[in-house]
Ligand binder design. Structure first.
Ligand code: HEC
Ligand code: HEC
Ligand code: HEC
Ligand code: HEC
Ligand code: HEC
Ligand code: HEC
Ligand code: HEC
Ligand code: HEC
Length: 437
């Protein structure tokens, strides 16, 4: 179908849709979720589409393909801002329009219609992705002093092209109320918007398609959950579940309605299935901390038990474990599931007791005796200690808990014992000589 023709059809569809939307008993999503739609498509709303069809056809094509287009939610619904908003920008090329727009679309905008998703997100570990970094001086030093070499103009580069793209930032505006290049564009999970709301809904549902199917694929998590310190996509690929998904996942039904995406549509779980989706008795949640028991990224893993969203122990561990087991029990028996978690928990406890504790005891003693360098990034002991918990230790724990033998073992415990022997050697040498080598 040529573009102008499809465009004409879309508009036709839109103009007939608003009436349908008023009926909240129609679809299963509308029946359970709080959705508020109160606008059709005005002249101004249509103008955005007509003109942007010429200026940014890629965006219009993605939008035209989306549930939003079918439901009559268009550019103006997400991008219009009040004239007195801190983000209000005059639309340079459209002097006559009374509408103020912003390129920024915060989670508060999505939350106007998707009340539950926003509420759950705000209670999740994803919410704090940037906020938790703000008070940590050592992490700012890592980005600016060590990685940025304290360069007078360029020291921001590592943070802007790295941390910020996954964790987010506080988005700042220039004199024309447009986002600054130091803070945007990025899809970081914990962005703080000028309106005060937090998050990045398009981190998993990329714009302008905002597809539920996309977010159910592991790829939607893989852009951040990868690499040496949290290799979750690699772990998934190494697991039997990844084996099945990688073999036949492209044939599965991925666009079923929320809470109706069940085994049968797919044969094995993806990241979303275990951490977010409605399955069996469980309902969809945007709180990815809700089904967790341990804290596996921390230096030492403890059982979760806090409702403070900034706490590293956010969640209710025992309740989280029960929910996760309910996921498994759709496809496995109780014995299979219970035994699996006994294997995984044993690995986490071994890491805590046989690696974290002795390594930390040595670190504390060296610190007390003045045998650590001030700059941790030039100190062989401190660098190895960092790798022990932040890289190897996480890989062993996360590999074990998600069924990935290569990460539990070769990238995990094998390297852990090497780290520990190295720490013991440096420790003994420093105690014996009373000096840093
Ligand atoms: C007559 C053409 C035209 C109309 C009508 C129009 N736009 Fe635009 N829009 C543009 C152009 C051109 C740009 C700048 C593109 C660029 O910088 O590459 C732009 C930029 C934008 C931006 C980025 C904002 C920024 O500060 O750079 C947003 C968001 C946007 N338009 C949304 C809308 C919305 C919403 C409507 C309807 C209320 C709309 N546009 C109507 C042509 C138009
Ligand atoms: C469901 C909400 C929604 C709708 C509908 C929507 N957008 Fe967006 N748009 C977003 C989000 C989210 C972003 C990313 C903003 C951010 O980073 O804060 C964005 C970004 C943009 C940008 C700036 C980013 C870039 O790549 O240049 C432009 C321009 C834009 N949209 C235009 C449009 C146009 C034109 C339409 C209608 C065809 C439209 N949008 C419909 C949510 C929406
Ligand atoms: C004006 C109300 C409104 C706003 C604002 C809005 N949405 Fe929606 N959204 C809807 C409606 C209506 C549907 C369609 C529900 C259906 O399919 O029955 C929908 C559907 C969705 C879906 C499911 C798509 C699918 O594949 O089934 C996602 C994901 C989504 N929206 C995300 C967002 C995000 C992210 C934002 C902000 C950038 C946003 N929405 C802003 C009303 C809105
Ligand atoms: C834009 C990057 C990004 C994407 C995409 C992303 N995450 Fe995350 N995720 C993060 C960051 C950053 C954190 C760490 C949050 C913090 O600072 O505590 C995190 C943390 C988590 C946690 C641990 C939460 C806790 O309480 O400790 C889980 C589980 C998780 N993500 C699952 C997922 C899943 C499942 C997906 C895909 C459906 C996904 N993430 C997509 C960036 C991302
Ligand atoms: C590729 C994406 C990515 C980049 C780049 C990245 N992180 Fe992370 N970070 C994550 C993810 C994903 C997690 C969650 C790990 C988990 O749950 O196992 C995380 C976890 C963390 C945590 C622990 C969570 C907490 O609440 O304390 C901190 C601290 C952190 N990152 C800081 C940083 C800093 C600082 C940088 C840059 C120097 C950075 N990260 C770069 C993705 C990233
Ligand atoms: C970590 C990835 C991730 C982020 C971030 C995310 N979503 Fe989702 N979202 C998903 C997944 C996965 C599903 C599908 C769950 C399922 O299998 O039914 C989903 C489903 C949805 C749905 C349809 C189901 C429902 O509950 O109505 C809407 C609407 C939605 N998301 C909106 C949002 C909004 C709004 C935000 C920002 C506050 C957001 N999402 C942020 C992954 C994400
Ligand atoms: C078969 C179900 C399953 C699948 C599939 C799965 N996970 Fe997990 N995930 C778990 C379990 C179980 C845990 C450990 C929970 C616990 O007991 O603490 C976990 C832990 C995590 C953690 C560690 C949180 C912390 O405390 O540090 C992150 C991050 C994570 N998963 C992300 C992902 C991502 C991203 C994917 C896809 C690439 C994925 N998971 C696929 C079940 C799964
Ligand atoms: C949608 C169905 C489904 C869900 C949900 C699911 N699995 Fe699986 N799982 C499978 C299939 C299918 C296999 C492959 C069985 C085989 O090897 O023949 C498998 C394999 C496994 C294996 C490899 C050992 C074996 O028996 O083959 C483990 C371990 C495992 N799953 C644990 C879990 C855990 C733990 C959960 C929940 C956190 C879970 N699974 C959730 C379908 C599922």
């Amino acid at each position: 179908m040529t573009r102008p023709l499809r465009f004409a059809l879309t508009l036709l569809l839109l103009s007939t849709c608003p009436a349908l939307l008023a009926d909240t008993s129609a679809g299963s999503l509308a029946a359970v979720k709080t959705l508020k739609i109160d606008r059709g498509l005005s002249e101004e709303g249509k103008a955005c589409i007509t003109c942007h069809q010429q200026t940014t056809p890629g965006q219009v094509a993605d939008w035209a393909d989306s549930r939003h287009a079918h439901a009559g939610v268009s550019c103006i619904d997400c991008h219009q801002v009040a004239g007195d908003s801190p983000m209000a920008a005059r639309h340079a090329n459209v002097q006559d329009t009374p509408v103020y727009v912003s390129a920024l679309v915060s989670p508060a905008v999505c939350g106007r219609c998707h009340v539950d998703a926003k509420k759950q997100f705000d209670a999740s570990g994803h919410f704090r992705a940037y906020r938790q970094i703000i008070p940590k001086d050592s992490l700012h030093a890592l980005q600016v002093v060590h990685e940025g070499r304290n360069h007078p103009e360029l020291s921001g580069a590592p943070g802007e092209t790295g941390c910020m793209q996954c964790h987010g930032i506080e988005i700042k505006l220039d004199a024309n109320n447009r986002p600054t290049p130091e803070t945007w564009p990025n899809n970081g999970m914990g962005n703080i918007y000028p309106d005060g709301s937090t998050g990045s809904c398009n981190a998993c549902h990329s714009r302008h398609k905002f597809s539920i199917a996309e977010a159910r694929h592991p790829n939607a998590c893989a852009s951040c959950h990868l690499g040496p310190d949290h290799p979750n996509i690699e772990i998934f690929n190494n697991s039997k579940h990844g084996h099945i998904y990688n073999t036949e996942g492209d044939e599965w039904t991925m666009d079923s309605a929320p809470d109706a995406w069940e085994p049968g549509d797919y044969r094995g779980p993806t990241c979303a299935t275990c951490h977010m989706s409605g399955i069996g008795e469980l309902q969809v949640t945007h709180n990815i901390s809700e089904r967790l028991y341990w804290n596996l990224w921390a230096k030492k893993s403890s059982v979760r038990g806090s409702d403070d969203v900034l706490s590293p122990l956010l969640g209710d561990g025992p309740a989280g474990r029960e929910k996760m087991k309910l996921v498994c029990n759709n496809c496995h028996t109780r014995t299979h599931t219970d035994n699996f978690f006994k294997q995984g928990d044993k690995a986490v406890m071994l890491y805590n007791e046989a690696y974290y504790e002795p390594a930390t005891a040595m670190l504390n003693e060296l610190k007390e005796k003045g045998l650590l360098k001030d700059n941790p990034w030039t100190d062989e002991f401190q660098i190895t200690y960092y790798y022990l918990w932040h890289h190897e230790g996480r890989r062993a724990r996360q590999g074990a808990m998600m069924g990935a033998p290569d990460y539990a073992h070769w990238h995990g415990f094998f390297e852990l014992q090497q780290d520990l022997y190295k720490l013991e050697q440096i420790y003994a040498q420093r105690l014996e000589s009373g000096a840093i080598e």
